[in-house]
Ligand binder design. Structure first.
Ligand code: CTP
Ligand code: CA
Length: 238
């Protein structure tokens, strides 16, 4: 690693990254999910390994072909938000940094049946609504109750402007609410969006202040974040 001449500023560090999107089961064959591919989290894992870190990648429903094939990256597969929380917390106990890049479902079905849900035969009445329960906020929990002192906690947020505030203002409020050391805010607008287009992120601290802007590929965004994390780790140990 770091054989390409880049810095090995994460050598000797252990970092935990969540990636992908959780699936919340309704029954054995159906779930509530989201379209997150996991690419940003995977770019973070690959970049951290290149910079010398040992990586635990908690992968929520990430396509096999996308997962890094690197001995420095240990992959833990999960499906639901509750499984993701357990896996992240377990790995975080001995981590220098935790980055929550996964799209965690805010809600899960309040009940899950062990049998496949059947539609009523013969009737054309609409089904009962699906009752939801709130998932824990894994990032806020980690930030408020660090499994290890001096650990750097990082989150991601995609924000759009609306009638109340612009995207950055929403990001600032979220940064203060979450308490993470760094929150990478992706301002999703008409000219910026999902898919393979390069992203543009504004990195905020826990007070909602702008600490950096990064643009370009997911790898460039990942490297910009690791530079900030590495600086915080050095500052914390001196
Ligand atoms: N996150 C988390 N646990 C949750 C929801 C989100 O750890 N239950 C993390 C995500 O991994 C991400 C950050 O929090 O790093 C921001 O996620 P986001 O969905 O933007 O924030 P929410 O607080 O869920 O707010 P919103 O109402 O905008 O969805
Ligand atoms: Ca959310």
């Amino acid at each position: 690693h770091a054989a390409d001449g880049r810095t090995a500023d994460l050598a000797g560090r252990h970092v935990v990254i969540s990636a992908g999107g959780t699936r919340e089961p309704l029954d054995p064959v159906r779930f509530l999910g989201n379209r997150s591919s996991g690419r940003q989290g995977i770019a973070l894992a690959t970049a951290a390994a290149r910079r010398g870190a040992r990586v635990t990648l908690v992968a929520a429903n990430v396509e096999d072909a996308l997962l890094p094939d690197d001995p420095a990256v240990a992959v833990r597969r999960v499906e639901t938000a509750l499984e993701l929380r357990d896996a992240v917390r377990a790995a975080a106990a001995e981590a220098d940094a935790v980055v929550m890049a996964a799209a965690v479902a805010d809600f899960r079905p309040a009940t899950t049946t062990t049998h496949k849900i059947k539609k009523a035969v013969g009737g054309d009445a609409d089904p009962e609504p699906i009752r939801l329960a709130t998932n824990p906020d894994i990032l806020a929990e980690l930030a408020a109750d660090r499994p290890r002192t001096g650990q750097v906690v990082v989150g991601f947020a995609a924000e759009t402007g609306d009638g109340d505030a612009d995207a950055l203002e929403h990001g600032r409020a979220k940064a203060r609410r979450k308490g993470a050391d760094l929150l990478a805010v992706n301002q999703v607008g008409e000219d910026r969006g999902f898919g393979d287009v390069p992203n543009e992120v504004t990195v905020l601290d826990a007070a909602g202040e702008v600490v950096a802007r990064a643009g370009g590929s997911k790898t460039e965004v990942a490297d910009a974040l690791w530079t900030l994390v590495a600086e915080q780790l050095v500052a914390a140990s001196t």
